[in-house]
Unconditional design. Structure first.
Length: 140
C-alpha cells in the first residue's frame, strides 16, 4: 500500500527543506482584497480584537505582520449579518449569505495594515442598520 509522498521526514507535511511553513503569497498592497487563507497570511497572525456581539456573534480582527494586512472574521451569526473592517486600505466586508455560513467562520478580504495603524471593525446585524457594533485596535 502506498501513501502520500514525503519530504524525508516521514510525515509528508513539511516543506522540501523542512524549514517551516511556506512563505505568504503576497505582502501589503499586493494582498489588498485577497483571501487571507489562500494567500497563507493566517500563519503567525495576531488577534487584535476578539469580542462577542449583543446578538451572540463572535467577532475577531486579525493582523498578519508577515503579510502587512488585517481582516475580520465572524462566527455564530445569522443570515444577513455583516462584518466590515477598515485600516489603511479600503473598507472590506463579508456578509453571511446562507445557513452554512452562519455555522462557520466567515472571513473578509484583507486590507493593507502597518504598525501604528488604527483598525476598526463594525458588525452589522441583519435587518438592524442602527444597531451596528464597532471595535478598534491599534497595530503594535
Amino acid at each position: 500500500m502506498s501513501g502520500p509522498p514525503t519530504n524525508g521526514t516521514g510525515s509528508g507535511t513539511g516543506t522540501a527543506t523542512g524549514a517551516g511553513p511556506p512563505p505568504p503569497r503576497c505582502r501589503g498592497r499586493a494582498c489588498e482584497g485577497r483571501d487571507p487563507m489562500n494567500m497563507l497570511c493566517g500563519i503567525g497572525l495576531d488577534t487584535l480584537v476578539e469580542r462577542r456581539t449583543a446578538s451572540g456573534a463572535g467577532l475577531q480582527v486579525r493582523y498578519s505582520p508577515v503579510c502587512g494586512t488585517s481582516w475580520g472574521r465572524v462566527r455564530d451569526t445569522r443570515v444577513g449579518d455583516r462584518i466590515e473592517p477598515t485600516a489603511a486600505g479600503p473598507t472590506r466586508s463579508a456578509e453571511i449569505t446562507d445557513a452554512l455560513d452562519a455555522t462557520a467562520y466567515v472571513y473578509t478580504p484583507m486590507t493593507r495594515t502597518a504598525p501604528g495603524t488604527l483598525v476598526r471593525a463594525c458588525f452589522r446585524p441583519a435587518g438592524q442598520t442602527r444597531r451596528e457594533e464597532c471595535f478598534e485596535a491599534t497595530v503594535r
